[in-house]
Design a protein around this ligand. Structure first.
Ligand SMILES: [Fe+2]
Length: 392
């Protein structure tokens, strides 16, 4: 059990989430740190607290990986943005590389992804395939869902430490290659109205390999080792992407009581190879119109082996990762006015199925470059071992 921080003001208290605030009980008991008012809940009071203690709150975010302001009277996107600005977060006003349709609420606040309600958005770090990504990601609950719609979060250091040595070794030593395809008609959504020249410039700056197809669609990719040392805390960070359906299947299994009997059977009992084949067919059906023309953007991720070849995760590895993700996730109900701040380098997030009434806004900032991060001690040790094994 970590020590609680010394209270920085007599007007707020710190705690971890209670069991009655969680929808599933997992191993994670200390994420996020909850910050709530002792008595005075007004927005003006929150602003005063942030104005006086902004630096302290940022230190707490570094230490705990995620903090949840709960119980304050925050009402809309403008107030949400004001809170983030008082915390000195340099907010981004563009959302390039996104794949979801988002509505802009203020110049720096967006609606969160509107993926189909039954779908689980698998755990990921925001903009994980993009070298230049947010250090800080924030969510605001403007309309509390009656049921479901949780945004699970995972401390990726704990997750990584829970994996088998062989999977850890693979992740620490082999880069992952992220391959994205964007058809011409979705370029405006993904790159918010940038011209073809501006997109090429952006991809070049971020050191992507890319090519334009004759029909105006775009392929781009980059590779990096998804494990690094946190720039301020030196703790291990392990970046996650939404890629393998067998990883997310473990999540569907865990919440299968929320689905119809047919789906329950599908998630729990279909052999993995059939499940994978069927999921791939569904993706292809949604992606390809007439066998040639692709209509949705796609993201694939591979491990790059010693011969520079792309390999996918094995079935056993995908299951292991999915199970470990669930075990290490904090899964809790949203409350009206909640502001959740996440260190996007250390902590991954997800979204479970939703019911109708739910409005979560998002913003992000303090952009940083993955290529500036130092490798973890573990990766360095493994690399040396690998080098030694090649020489001998
Ligand atoms: Fe996300």
């Amino acid at each position: 059990m970590q020590n609680f921080p010394i209270s920085i003001s007599k007007d707020i208290k710190f705690r971890f989430l209670r069991d009655d605030e969680k929808t599933y009980s997992t191993n994670e008991k200390e994420l996020p740190l909850v910050i709530e008012p002792v008595q005075e809940k007004s927005f003006a009071h929150l602003l005063r607290l942030l104005g006086e203690n902004g630096a302290e709150f940022n230190k707490l975010l570094d230490k705990y990986g995620a903090v949840l302001f709960r119980g304050f009277e925050v009402e809309d996107g403008n107030q949400f943005q004001k809170v983030l600005e008082l915390l000195n977060i340099q907010l981004e006003s563009v959302y390039h590389f996104g794949s979801a349709h988002r509505v802009r609420i203020t110049d720096k606040v967006f609606t969160s992804s509107e993926a189909p309600p039954d779908t689980i958005i698998a755990p990921h770090n925001e903009l994980n395939m993009v070298p230049w990504r947010p250090n800080i990601l924030a969510f605001f609950c403007q309309v509390q869902p009656d049921v479901y719609g949780e945004t699970p979060i995972i401390n990726t250091e704990k997750l990584f430490n829970d994996l088998s040595p062989s999977l850890q070794h693979k992740i620490a030593n082999y880069p992952q290659r992220f391959v994205r395809y964007v058809p011409e008609h979705l370029l405006g959504l993904v790159f918010e109205g940038l011209s073809r020249e501006e997109i090429s410039k952006l991809l070049t700056e971020q050191e992507f390999d890319f090519n334009w197809e004759e029909d105006g669609s775009l392929n781009f990719e980059c590779s990096y080792i998804t494990l690094f040392s946190h720039p301020r805390t030196s703790r291990l960070c392990f970046c996650l992407s939404i890629v393998d359906c067998l990883v997310s299947r473990e999540w569907y299994k865990n919440i299968s009581q929320r689905y119809s009997l047919g789906k329950k059977l599908y998630y729990n009992w279909l052999p993995a190879s059939l499940y994978k084949e069927y999921q791939q067919r569904l993706t292809t059906a949604a992606t390809v119109v007439d066998g040639s023309q692709k209509r949705t953007s796609t993201l694939n991720a591979y491990f790059v082996n010693r011969n520079n070849e792309s390999t996918t995760m094995t079935e056993a590895e995908a299951k292991e990762l999915g199970k470990a993700e669930w075990k290490n996730a904090a899964i809790f109900q949203w409350k009206q006015g909640d502001i959740l701040l996440i260190d996007n380098l250390q902590v991954a997030h997800s979204r479970l199925n939703t019911a109708q009434k739910r409005k979560i806004l998002t913003a992000f900032g303090n952009m940083c470059n993955i290529r500036d991060m130092k490798p973890t001690t573990l990766a360095l040790t493994s690399a040396k071992e690998l080098e030694a094994s090649k020489i001998s």
